[in-house]
Every structure is written in structure tokens, then in C-alpha cells.
Unconditional design. Sequence first.
Length: 202
Amino acid sequence: MPIDALRRFFRSMSEKENPPKKSGKKYLIDDRTGERAEISENLAPVAEDLLAKNSPADITIRDIAAKATVHHRFISTWFVGKVELFTIVHQRISQRTRTLARNASLTTPSSVAELNLQLGLALWLIQNGVKFKSIEDAFPAIGGAIERSVQELGMSHKEAEIVAYTVGSLVLSNFILQPHVASTTSLEELLGHYGKLIQKNK
């Protein structure tokens, strides 16, 4: 599949035409104090624990508040609904997912769990109107796979993009259908396989 077509596929997944629902809520406390960032750091792990066992759609602000032992209105004071809070959680998970794609195998239980968590949350955010700045912001494992293909497999950046988007599309399609990624093939093998195909067809 041409690289432009692969890019369009992921762009269509990471950008939603429907605009996010508008909310009349406003922050009640000045965002510049730095307190909100600290609160995010405290609430994000709690939300991640819930997401590991539940769909984002099934989790409520009250659930997060109960697990964090705070009043639900406290969370509503700082965040415009769970979409905003889950966007922050997604950023945290994405940093780890990109590192895993660059440095680790997708056959380990922990990396598979991380990938499932990130993909499920990204797709839910997209469905709820969140527009990511780039494809790699929505699907960070692609960025890690590109770096790995260039550094370890000696591919050009263009070849690495084709391979990463191809592998990424397979993983994402599998997730949407399952919805659960249970890889029995390592990332090294997937990247290496498609990398050989690209180089053979030069």
C-alpha cells in the first residue's frame, strides 16, 4: 500500500469530522498556579487503574473520585468532563507506548497490556471529538517503530515510515475487530519482515 494511502488511513482515524460537544463549564481556578498539573499527576494513575479493567465509556467522574477518595465536584472544578481528564491520561500512556515500540518486544504481557490500553483510549477519545495534532500523537507506537526501523534495521526514513504504517494498520485493524491485541509475533519480526519486502522490491 503506498505511503500516502497509509498516512490517509491513520489521519482518518486520528481526526474526526464531528466537532467535540461544547460545554458551558469553565475552570473555576486559575490554571497558571500549577496546582492543576499536580492534581492531574495524582488523578491520572487512578484513572489508569480503572481503564485497565473498564472501557472509558463505562467509567464516570464519580468512579474516579471514589477511587481517589475525593468529592466528584472537586474533579469537575478542574476538568471539563472525563474527556479532558482522559486526554491527559492518554498523553502519559503514549509516552510509555512510544518507548516500548522503540525499545521492547510486543510479545511481553506488560507491553501488550500498555498497547491495548493506549489504543482503546485513543479510539474512544477520537469518537468523542478529540482531534490530535498529528497521527503519532494518536498512535505513538508508530513513531517508535519508525525510529527503531531506522536505527536497528538500517532503513531510510521513507522505508521506515512505510513499514511502521503497514504494521500499525495491521495492529489497529486487529484491535478494532477483536478488540484486543494479543501479539504472538515480536515487533522485531514484523518490522523485519516488511522491511525485507520493501528492500526486495526496490
